[in-house]
Design a protein around this ligand. Structure first.
Ligand SMILES: Cc1ncc(COP(=O)(O)O)c(C=O)c1O
Length: 471
């Protein structure tokens, strides 16, 4: 089979997968790991099987893949896809290049720079710099690394003793900050968890108390790490108040806006990140709410030199970075060497719908989350568990059961939802209560799909209460 016809055939299968994801009732095959491993032929052959056989393999992969664009997919903080972005992914693969130098990625370099500049402008960051990373986790790592560099300018060259260096983060922040604490050399125990209020937002007065306590105990504070859009509740920390404290103590302020950053597009919801312009750096995942295929994530920093220093290679990459007279090679602002062109898919999606399209997307998602919240509130079998700020809707089934049983029922309910296969939401815990977290980040969700979802939750919840087995 020649390559051209093969690619046409691949596209036919991919299109059919995407189309059927909107109509198939099951979004996930419920086979267990061991049964799927037993029934799949995944062996790497001694002799090649040819492109025809690759088409069969693609069909099998599609058959056993979760349909993450289906309206019932509300599990992680992403789902659904921008069509222009899928094209971007394809073109990125076909034009296969690495983002380190302008020479090897000319138009891609200009595109990535355009995006980073615009994302910085949306946060009123002025003349900022940045890089696309492998995700919010690495954006948070870069934020902490820049903060370390700001406090200990020799650390990138001569190393440092991180035993006394402490950073502050909300107790509801993402776990990537713990990983980053290890990587930058301060260790998990030097990441101080600041108490949140009942809505899951960092309490500024607790932050200040923790900083004062650390100083009294001879520790060296160096970073305040706020979150705009927490993973479970979708809470936004009060950035303006946090920035005032960070500035008072001369600490670097990084904001994890991996999930909530898209609010910056909407005049109605931008205030959730009021004060972002006072931070030193932030990260923002386009692969979450914006429907750009994983991976696409930005890290933006006001002080370009700080980012350049933490990514410095000590002039050892003489074979890559030549003196062209123009300081345009993005590799000098990245921890990676080879790096995909993740910019193209975001740029194409942005060109398609513009700022106004992103604003409408955010507002539509909030409208759907409002709708789901209202349906939950008016239903006697269900209960909202946390105040809603973003599109995370955290609730639980309460039915007619005594308090003591509700956690067990919701744990089983989540399992039965997954087994049922029509919907996917995640399970989490808020104040010792097991909850279902459904997230609106998928452009194929509708009011009707949300109604069906709640019907499914209630029907399965009643079965559990009655002691009926999974159907
Ligand atoms: C608030 C928050 N920050 C950071 C991350 C990590 O992002 P990524 O998965 O892109 O590394 C997540 C992931 O869900 C998140 O919820």
């Amino acid at each position: 089979m020649e390559a051209e016809r093969f690619l046409d055939e691949v596209l036919i299968r991919v299109k059919s997968f995407l189309e059927s994801s909107q109509t198939e009732s099951k979004i996930r095959d419920s086979q267990t790991y061991s049964s799927l491993a037993r029934t799949s032929d995944l062996k790497l052959p001694m002799e090649g099987r040819g492109l025809e056989a690759v088409l069969d393999d693609i069909e099998s992969v599609l058959r056993y893949s979760v349909r993450t664009t289906a309206p019932g997919f509300m599990n992680p903080l992403w789902g659904g896809l921008s069509t222009a972005s899928i094209a971007g992914e394809l073109v990125t693969a076909a034009t296969n290049t690495a983002m380190y130098t302008y020479e090897i990625a000319p138009i891609a370099t200009l595109i990535e720079s355009t995006l980073l500049k615009r994302m910085g402008e949306l946060a009123d960051f002025g003349n900022s710099q940045g890089t696309l990373t492998t995700g919010g986790s690495n954006g948070n790592l870069l934020g902490m690394l820049c903060a370390r560099q700001a406090k200990a300018p020799l650390s990138s060259h001569s190393g440092f003793d991180g035993a006394k260096m402490v950073a502050f983060v909300s107790e509801e922040s993402h776990y990537s900050f713990s990983i980053a604490s290890n990587v930058i050399g301060i260790g998990h125990s030097n990441l101080i968890k600041v108490r949140c209020n009942e809505d899951g937002q960092m309490r500024p007065e607790s932050l200040e108390e923790e900083i004062d306590r650390a100083l009294r105990e001879g520790q060296i504070p160096f970073a305040v790490l706020a979150t705009s859009g927490t993973t479970v509740r979708g809470s936004f920390d009060p950035l303006r108040e946090i920035a005032a404290i960070a500035h008072k103590y001369e600490l670097w302020m990084h904001v994890d806006a991996a999930w909530g950053g898209s609010c910056l597009f909407s005049s109605r919801y931008r205030s959730l990140m009021d004060g972002i312009e006072l931070a030193d750096s932030f990260c923002w995942d386009a692969h979450k709410m914006m429907g750009v295929p994983l991976i696409c994530s930005a890290f933006i920093v006001k002080d370009a030199e700080m980012l350049r220093t933490v990514c410095s290679n000590g002039n050892t990459a003489h074979y890559l970075y030549l003196e062209t007279g123009e300081n345009v090679d993005l590799g000098q602002y990245s921890l990676q060497c080879g790096r995909r062109n993740d910019a193209l898919k975001l740029w194409l999606a942005w060109r398609e719908i513009g700022d106004a399209g992103w604003a409408s997307m955010v507002e539509r998602f909030m409208e759907l989350a409002d709708y789901l919240e209202e349906r939950v509130k008016e239903n006697e079998y269900l209960q909202m568990v946390s105040k809603r700020m973003w599109t995370n809707v955290c609730f639980r089934y309460v039915g007619n059961s005594p308090d003591g049983d509700i956690n067990r029922i919701n744990a089983e309910l989540r399992q039965r939802i997954i087994q049922d296969g029509r919907f996917m939401v995640s399970r989490s815990t808020i104040d010792d209560q097991i909850i279902l977290r459904s997230v609106i980040a998928n452009r194929n969700v509708t009011e009707e799909s949300l109604d069906s979802f709640l019907d499914c939750v209630i029907s399965l919840g009643k079965d559990i209460e009655r002691g009926l087995p999974q159907k």
